[in-house]
Design a protein around this ligand. Structure first.
Ligand code: PCA
Length: 123
């Protein structure tokens, strides 16, 4: 596994340290806490949050930045239901840390109609 095959992932919900899916990252590299640009809305989707892009009146979301190898990335895609279109992994913009590499996050793919807004931090 070379460093080049690693992916930077911004996590904002159950994958954060101390939350119920954090064990999926136990052998991966935590880099720092992180914040997105003010272009996103986080919804309460039951027992987990869902992030969507919102260029009009989005806010800055708090989370964590991780470096993840390919094996762990496959596992995360499975856990987050990428094949079932629950989440879609796509690039996200951060203001903190300032970083030039592409960072990805899991975006919610289902309807957020009627779902409450979380705010900037899932806790
Ligand atoms: N798990 C992923 C997406 C939402 C969730 O609960 C995360 O923590 O980033």
């Amino acid at each position: 596994m070379t460093a080049n095959s690693d992916t930077l992932i911004f996590v904002y919900g159950t994958l954060k340290r101390g939350f119920c899916r954090a064990h999926n990252l136990h052998d991966q590299t935590f880099l720092s806490t992180a914040k997105t640009t003010a272009e996103y809305t986080m919804y309460h989707c039951g027992t987990y949050p869902g992030l969507v892009r919102n260029n009009m009146d989005g806010i800055s979301i708090q989370g964590e930045l991780w470096r993840v190898d390919n094996r762990a990335l496959e596992l995360l895609d499975e856990v987050e239901g990428v094949a079932e279109n629950l989440y879609h992994r796509a690039p996200i913009q951060l203001i903190q840390p300032q970083i030039t590499e592409t960072v990805e996050a899991y975006f919610y793919q289902r309807s957020v109609n009627q779902m409450p807004v979380v705010g900037d931090n899932w806790c």
